[in-house]
Each structure stands twice: as structure tokens, then as C-alpha cells.
Design a binder for this molecule. Structure first.
Ligand SMILES: C[S@@+](CC[C@H](N)C(=O)[O-])C[C@H]1O[C@@H](n2cnc3c(N)ncnc32)[C@H](O)[C@@H]1O
Length: 279
């Protein structure tokens, strides 16, 4: 790969690898950006001491189990509690009060949230912690239903287990840790079971037909960046379809929804990548 562009030969091998993943594992990465995918493929083949992509393709054909390791590399699960804390503050100050106001008008008490591409669970748990803090006093009767989805079963299992290293909790205050975690040892902390009750961790590919409806707020951060423009458009159309009237999307700091979905969404906070469904 020179200047970030794949050679025709690399492009051909990548296509064959992606066809293989689709056939063997049923996951379609063909609309993901070649550059990102190629970096992961190279990392996966170096892990098994192969330098030549053609040879790697042969190795995948010979031992389809190698697709699991490659899938793990592609679905990079890096996440953090309260990743980009300013975004969570903006959601707390600009989005949730408005959702509460609308729900009150309708006589409803449930806010439906979807964390799409939830990886190992840090994002949906952060949302649950944030809402628990907001749903006190006059808002105490409100409740959040959080759907958390990913295409990586291993990541979902970790998310459901809710066990994290102390270092992963660095953005949380000691009060938040005390209220929401159980200390297992100096190194490991587990999510308080009570916090899990309103979160459903489900396997779901966001490229497929949307599963949910009338969602009030979608977090989809640091996933769409890997998709090519037409796939990004498809996902944003899906989100538009299933959001409630004037529902919100929170994209990742690296993701610019504008240029792809401005006919579907309007800005609420550009710096925090918060958008609202246009009517
Ligand atoms: C970098 S993590 C982002 C985690 C979290 N949203 C955050 O910002 O901290 C990206 C996650 O997206 C998931 N992912 C990639 N493609 C997906 C798809 N088509 N549908 C659902 N999840 C997907 C990956 O498996 C990975 O766990």
C-alpha cells in the first residue's frame, strides 16, 4: 500500500478475502474502506508470520478457523468509559432534558436508546450511569431501555459479563465507581448487576434491516468511519427510519455525518457530533 492506495493486486486479494469472510462467517465487509481493512489484514497475517498476502489467502482457504482471528482484527473493539466526556456532558445538557420534556407531554416515562457498535460495553454502561444520575428527584420515575449491539460475539460476551480492569475506569469519579461497580480485586471491577437490568446486549449487524423502532437516541461512534460512503448512507437511512420523531444521533468525533446525511439530519452540536432527525 503506497500513499494510502492499494495496488490492483492487493485490491484483488482483499476482495477474495472479503468474499471468503462472507461465505465462511456470513459477515459482509465489502462496503468497508479498503485502506482500513488492508491494515487489519496485514496485521492478521503478520501475527501468523506470513508476509505475502497471496500466501495468506491460501492459508485462510486451507484453515477456515483463521477467519476468526482475522474477524477479531477487523472488528477492532477499542472503547472506553465516557469516551470523549464532553460528548456525554452535551448529551446530559442538550439531549436528555429535551427528551424528558417530550416524554412528559406524551405521558411516557421510557427513553429508548441504542448503542450501535457497543464493543465490550463501556459505551452503554456509561449511558446507563449518566441516566441513573439524571433520573433522580423530579425525574426519578423515568427509565431508560438501552439496546447495545455489535457483530462481534466475543466482545458482546465481555460486555454482558461487565468485568473491567481498574485502569478502564479512569474517566469515572470515585463516587461513580463506588455506586456502579463491585470491587473484585485491586485489578478488577464488575458492573453492579442493577445497572445491567435495563441494557440488552444483542448481536446485530447495523448494515442489515434495522431491528428496533421509535428509538429516541442512537449512539453510533467510531464504527461508521470504517464504511465507504454508500454504506454510510445506507446506515444513516436505517437510523432515520427507526428514530422517533426528532430523535437524536451521536456520531464519533472522527465521523462527519454532514455531506452524507444532511437531508436526513440537522445539527444540534457540531463539535460533539450530535444530530437530530429532520421531519
Ligand atoms: C472501535 S469500536 C467502537 C466502540 C464504541 N462505540 C466507542 O466508540 O467506544 C467499533 C465496534 O463496531 C463494531 N462493528 C463494526 N462493524 C459493525 C456492524 N456492521 N454492525 C455492528 N457493529 C459493528 C465492531 O465489532 C467494534 O466492536
Amino acid at each position: 500500500m503506497k500513499d494510502g492506495t492499494l495496488s490492483p493486486q492487493e485490491e484483488t486479494i482483499l476482495r477474495k478475502i472479503l468474499d471468503g469472510i462472507l461465505a465462511e462467517r456470513g459477515v459482509d465487509f465489502r462496503g468497508y474502506r479498503s485502506k482500513c481493512l488492508w491494515r487489519r489484514v496485514v496485521a492478521a497475517m503478520h501475527d501468523i508470520n506470513i508476509d505475502d498476502a497471496g500466501e495468506y489467502l491460501g492459508a485462510l482457504k486451507k484453515d477456515p478457523k483463521a477467519y476468526d482471528k482475522l474477524l477479531n482484527k477487523i472488528t477492532i473493539n477499542v472503547s472506553e468509559f465516557f469516551r470523549n466526556p464532553e460528548t456525554f456532558f452535551a448529551v446530559r445538557d442538550k439531549v436528555i432534558p429535551e427528551l424528558i420534556r417530550r416524554k412528559r407531554l406524551k405521558g411516557s416515562k421510557v427513553i429508548k436508546i441504542w448503542s450501535a457498535g457497543c464493543a465490550t460495553g463501556e459505551e452503554p454502561y456509561s449511558i446507563a450511569i449518566l441516566l441513573k444520575e439524571i433520573f433522580t428527584g423530579e425525574n426519578a420515575s423515568f427509565q431508560a431501555n438501552i439496546y447495545a449491539t455489535d457483530i462481534d460475539e466475543e466482545a458482546l460476551q465481555k460486555a454482558r459479563a461487565g468485568r473491567y480492569k481498574r485502569i478502564a475506569l479512569r474517566e469515572l469519579s470515585s463516587e461513580q465507581i463506588e455506586k456502579n461497580f463491585i470491587k473484585e480485586s485491586e485489578e478488577y471491577y464488575s458492573i453492579n448487576p442493577e445497572l445491567k437490568t435495563n441494557i440488552k446486549f444483542v448481536y446485530h449487524n447495523m448494515i442489515a434491516e434495522p431491528k428496533f423502532n421509535k428509538i429516541d437516541l442512537i449512539f453510533c461512534r467510531n464504527v461508521i468511519i470504517y464504511f465507504n460512503k454508500s454504506l454510510q448512507r445506507q446506515v444513516y437511512e436505517n437510523f432515520h427510519k427507526i428514530l422517533a420523531k426528532e430523535g437524536y444521533i451521536v456520531a464519533g468525533k472522527v465521523e462527519a455525518l454532514m455531506g452524507i446525511g444532511e437531508d436526513l439530519f440537522e445539527r444540534v452540536s457540531l463539535s460533539e457530533r450530535i444530530f437530530k432527525k429532520k421531519i
